[in-house]
Unconditional design. Sequence first.
Length: 135
Amino acid sequence: RGVTRDVPEVKRKVLYQVLGFEKEYYFSAMNVSLPYCVYVLFSELDKKLYVGYTNCIDRRIKEHFNGESKSTKHRRPLKLIFLEYYLFKEDAKYRELYFKSSKGKRMLKLMLANTFDKLGYKSVDVEDLDHNLNN
């Protein structure tokens, strides 16, 4: 009880593929709809990240995976490695901007350290970015 199986099939398949789940896991049932989400994609081609937000994760992931997004079509194949849901659009946009900042990238490195290590994520150190901008 207290568990729902109403999670769209696309979300489950993507999460299982990315995280290598051997069995099915389901999100806790809540009567609150959280329509906006921030997501992080990992490019297997260049080993870097893409951060975005949307109000329809199923549609947006399909666009990325099918090469219909200008920002990621040349960086495929992609894996969805992180999702956060929000009630309000402004909160999702703020979080997306945060994850694109130096502090946000550091936070993602801490939160997803094991995932990044297993995927071979090529991070650019913030110190290197600062050095390149100042020279």
